[in-house]
Design a binder for this molecule. Structure first.
Ligand SMILES: *Cc1c(COP(=O)(O)O)cnc(C)c1O
Length: 361
């Protein structure tokens, strides 16, 4: 039986979107391929709320995260981390011989503007990374305010934002928030299979990359940009199947309307948070820092999460255990992409049945 996925990626893909993956292949150097990519780029610009170029990578989001560190760090990066995905940027820097300092927050918390500004004063950082949505803990960072103040302090800094688990589910106005590089993947709020990712890139960042050596080859943003600019093509052979599905799904996303989509995500989040507060505790204590795309619930009942998932599987659902050190101490329910209220109520009712939370059983 298929298990409906309430894990924070991959999520279920609509059958009509999935079907587009089976479109007959076309030559990747044809006019048709250029038209397909140009259409996708234009629609992605709307979702990103940006005039910047939006690059496509035939990889999951981590590829573009690595590419960004290689393409844009000249001196030293400041990595702001409030969980496993924040730490990932630091690991990427180290693995690529890039200098970086990490500023860590205790799990379950996000950054304040002041904390970021104070840390940036410690050295001459030429790039900073931060998660908009930290998927391991369900924390949202107030990046609009943070970036504004960071750029007041250091106008030259390149700001790289990981919005892999929130873009297209929450409002992230790229240009208004002055984001230089905004990265996301297909398998989360976009509701597509994994294997393609997107990043918008500012002109400032592109100019800077020209002065940086050893940017690598496959994930070099300058190369991706050049092909995008000249021909709306991809430097190697792209995953055309994903592009067919993406082109179609972007139409559905824009048809729903971005604001409606964000509102739906926030309403679904509210339902899950109410459940979490009634039967457990929410892991993120400050309401202002709670994600609208994934909720991390504190397992204060000592439920065996692996066993819960086995029983949910019999009912056709799958949720996510806590991430890394939060395994069994927390569990996560995602409410991203194309799910409806009925879907969310369905999984929550199933959890209640398995754990006999209804009281009347
Ligand atoms: C899923 C996720 C990633 C990793 O993206 P992939 O597409 O799996 O490579 C990075 N950051 C965050 C916040 C994520 O949720």
């Amino acid at each position: 039986m298929h298990k409906k996925l309430f894990i924070p990626g991959p999520v279920d893909v609509r059958p009509d979107v999935l079907e587009k993956m089976a479109t007959k292949q076309i030559g990747h150097r044809t006019k048709e391929a250029s038209e397909l990519q140009e259409n996708i780029e234009k629609k992605l610009q709307k979702v990103f709320k940006t005039k910047n170029h939006v690059l496509i990578s035939t990889s999951s989001g981590t590829g573009l995260m690595e590419g960004a560190m290689r393409s844009f760090i000249k001196e030293k990066a400041a990595v702001f981390s409030c969980g496993a995905f924040g730490d990932k940027f630091y690991k990427i820097c180290k693995a690529n011989g890039k200098a970086a300092d990490i500023c860590k927050k205790e799990m379950g918390n996000g950054f304040t503007t002041q904390e970021v500004v104070d840390f940036l004063k410690r050295d001459d950082y030429d790039l900073m990374t931060i998660q908009h949505n930290e998927t391991s803990t369900g924390v949202i960072n107030p990046i609009g305010d943070i970036i504004r103040e960071a750029k007041k302090l250091n106008p030259e800094i390149i700001v790289v934002v990981d919005a892999v688990s929130s873009l297209a589910g929450m409002d992230i106005p790229c240009d208004e928030w002055q984001i230089d590089v905004l990265i996301t993947s297909s398998q989360k709020c976009f509701g597509l299979p994994a294997g393609i990712s997107f990043a918008s890139v500012s002109d400032r960042a592109i100019e800077k990359a020209k002065g940086i050596e050893n940017r690598g080859l496959y994930f070099d943003y300058l190369t991706l940009y050049k092909y995008n600019l000249e021909k709306h093509q991809y430097p190697s052979t792209p995953t055309l199947s994903h592009m067919f599905a993406l082109d179609y799904q972007l139409d559905l996303i824009l048809e729903e309307g971005l604001e409606n989509r964000f509102k739906r995500h926030s309403e679904l989040a509210e339902i899950v948070r109410e459940f979490g507060e009634e039967y457990f505790k929410l892991f993120v204590k400050d309401p202002n820092y709670r994600s609208d795309t994934v909720t991390c619930i504190e397992n204060n009942r000592g439920v065996d999460i692996a066993d819960l998932n086995l029983k949910l599987a019999e009912k056709g659902y799958m949720i996510s255990n806590g991430y890394g050190e939060l395994k069994d101490k927390t569990f996560r329910i995602s409410h991203m992409a194309d799910y409806t209220k009925e879907d969310i109520v369905g999984v929550l009712e199933a959890i209640k049945e398995v754990l006999k939370l209804n009281g009347d059983e």
